[in-house]
Write a protein that binds this ligand. Structure first.
Ligand SMILES: Cc1cc2nc3c(=O)[nH]c(=O)nc-3n(C[C@H](O)[C@H](O)[C@H](O)COP(=O)(O)OP(=O)(O)OC[C@H]3O[C@@H](n4cnc5c(N)ncnc54)[C@H](O)[C@@H]3O)c2cc1C
Length: 409
């Protein structure tokens, strides 16, 4: 059996192929080391999975969640944690049920998976150029060097096209397409957002906690969550933005509207009472000088202008209309969407090998016997929180076990 790709999906596929009795497992990785992307996940700490039920897991996949049912039954989060523990990598649960290695080192996950595939032959620096298919069945691969390696089963675990510096450059899409599979267009997901608002760019470096970001598509609210948001030199990033981007991937930019509630814990009425009082008791001061009580310094200076009010106005002279503008803006700063950032900055790829061409109970191709797909190459993706790595782990495990069974029969 040949496994193409030494990322999360490929390494666990090798573990399960060996566990299920496959005698000759060869893993081909074009980089000079295994798990190059895994190494940078979770800011180097690797949010390996999410400690939730299968049903909750599926609810955290905005796209093609049902396809994952069998893979998640085969390798639920708890089983993955047990397996990693047996291989010497204990894990712990943090906020939002996110699971990390206790050591806080992503490299320990790669070390554990490497231990579990000690019997596999790993060939680094080996770039696959194409699949060899004979009589409708997988028969081997051709390397970029021209070398031909023959086998009776192939697992394609080459990842998507996000963060291509880690090796995921979309080669597998080419293999899948050439073998007759439908490959859906790819879009970046879990990715920062470019805005056209000059004030947002002026706030670059500012990180806001406990704000609510809402996303409207064609004026329908599709996402609204409280959390952390970061202003950057192009627009916004941070957890709230990344999650919102899952709903935007592939959509028409003109249908997208974003709004930021700076004071989600306070109703408009409560804020109005407070603002009225502050304006009255600071009548001789300029409006901008009292904004520091509401916002961090860099935002306080800009806020009246964002709301369309002159910040030099004396508090006593702020009109009812201007007060309403300030309140409306506090509860919903409009942010003007331009585009999602590119694949170079995307955590995950939306799109890829059509799930209709893959048997969800085995990860086998429906077009070519002995051919399997695993990981981000498949058109499934999840929110942040360990879901994307677990998609790779569970589909990889199922593909490895299924390919071993196929070879036995
Ligand atoms: C910065 C960042 C942080 C992330 N953090 C998290 C997180 O904390 N939790 C989480 O759940 N998800 C996270 N993700 C997403 C997660 O890392 C991916 O979804 C997951 O790694 C996909 O695994 P994979 O094995 O399918 O693909 P990859 O990890 O991309 O592995 C594919 C491998 O195939 C190799 N390859 C490609 N083409 C060829 C070829 N022709 N021949 C030989 N080898 C080839 C590549 O070199 C690569 O090593 C993060 C992603 C990024 C970019």
């Amino acid at each position: 059996m040949i496994i193409i790709g030494g990322g999360a999906a490929g390494m666990i596929a090798a573990n399960f192929a060996i566990k299920n009795g496959a005698a000759d497992v060869m893993l081909l990785e074009k980089n000079e080391k295994l798990g190059k992307k895994l190494y940078i996940t979770g800011k180097g700490r690797c949010n390996v999975t999410n400690d939730c039920s299968v049903d909750d897991f599926i609810r955290s996949l905005p796209h093609n969640g049902r396809f994952m049912f069998s893979a998640l039954r085969f390798l639920p989060p708890a089983t993955l944690r047990d397996m990693l523990r047996e291989l010497g990598c204990d894990t712990m649960v943090e906020r939002g049920q996110r699971v990390y290695p206790i050591s806080q080192r992503a490299s320990d996950v790669t070390k554990a998976l490497t231990r579990g595939m000690a019997k596999a032959q790993v060939k680094l620096g080996s770039e696959v150029d194409s699949l060899i298919i004979e009589d409708g069945a997988a028969a081997g691969v051709k390397l970029r060097s021209g070398e031909i390696l023959r086998c009776d089963a192939v697992i394609v675990a080459t990842g998507g096209v996000s963060y291509p510096v880690t090796g995921s450059t979309g080669d597998g899409y080419r293999f899948a397409q050439a073998a007759g599979h439908k490959v859906l267009p790819q879009n970046p997901s879990l990715v920062p957002v470019t805005l056209s608002d000059p004030w947002a760019i002026m706030l670059q470096g500012l990180s806001l906690k406990n704000v609510t970001l809402s996303l409207f598509m064609n004026d329908k609210r599709v996402y609204s969550e409280q959390g952390e948001l970061l202003f950057t030199h192009f627009g916004i990033s941070g957890p709230l933005t990344l999650t919102a981007s899952c709903h935007i991937a592939g959509a028409d930019a003109s249908s997208v509207r974003l709004s930021l509630d700076m004071k989600p814990a306070l109703s408009r009425e409560t804020l109005e009472v407070r603002l009225k009082k502050d304006l009255q008791s600071n009548g001789r001061k300029q409006l901008s000088s009292i904004m520091g009580d509401y916002f961090p310094a860099s935002m306080a200076a800009l806020f009246p202008a964002i709301a369309g009010v002159d910040g030099t106005t004396l508090c006593s002279q702020v009109t009812a209309k201007e007060r309403a503008q300030l309140l409306d803006t506090m509860k919903g700063i409009p942010m003007h969407f331009v585009s999602l950032r590119s694949f170079r900055e995307a955590v995950v790829t939306r799109g890829g090998v059509d799930v209709k061409d893959i048997d969800p109970s085995t990860m086998a191709s429906k077009k070519v016997r002995g051919l399997y797909f695993a990981g981000e190459i498949i058109d499934v993706d999840g929110f942040t929180g360990g879901f994307n790595l677990h998609i790779a782990f569970s589909t990889g495990a199922l593909a490895g076990a299924s390919a071993a069974t196929y070879l036995e029969n």
